[in-house]
Design a protein around this ligand. Sequence first.
Ligand SMILES: [Zn+2]
Length: 283
Amino acid sequence: MRRLTALSIDLEDWYHPELVVRAGGVAEPTPRIEQSTGNILSLLRRKSRTATFFVLGEVAERHPELVKRILADGHEIASHGMSHKPLWRHDAQSFAKELGRFENVIHSIVKNVPIRGFRAPTFSLDFSTAWALDVLADNGYVYDSSVFPMKNRLYGVRGAPLGIYRPLTADLRRHDEAGRLIEFPPAVLQVGPARIPVAGGSYFRLLPTRLWLRLLRAVESKRPAMIYVHPWECDPLTPRVPLAAFPRFVTYYGIRKAFTKLEMLLDRFHCARIDEVLGIERD
Ligand SMILES: [Zn+2]
């Protein structure tokens, strides 16, 4: 049987990325999430594929119909937190409160839909915020996809496992048979001593399409791959916020071609919801 590839969409708008926020953010932005996500939903429908949407609570509050559309199309709803505040700026209490608010927002839109997965804004689950795993498990979460298994300027955990595992809270690099949460890290390829990020976001946009697909195939030959994309990075009309050279490059490079790249991915890989890839029973 063909291996399934986990496709995740972080449902946030063009003014949510951390580098935009750090540059001062956007006062009273006009949302584009309905259009940008609408294009992705149509594409997934056309290709008969499903995905997991890590929904930002703020977006769900503002666009409840969008959440209903996502569910009606057979996709999985998971949590990307309430406000896109990274875990670095939370403690266990404030994070638990956010999870509670998120659940209330989603369940006020659609009653009883299970919320099993979490992705921390800006992959902010690292050694300093590993307490979040216990908070997630206490709140009924089954899996997490926030440990980026290499270090870059903004985030990541050097030496974390590349495949699905159960992290030990005291050391995210170690598997704990009794761990309460499944971790499904974004796709990173090991080549000799080097780790090459393939998963998504800026890496998805920066790498030339054929090379990206080849690297993904190499990951997939070893283990199920986790891919992530954002609606704003697949939308050629995403408003560009004035940023310094490096943040501008990682935030906006390759947006023009990203949608076609996503389409090519769906033609070549059997993408599916995370719970399906993990074999988690649906209620
Ligand atoms: Zn995000």
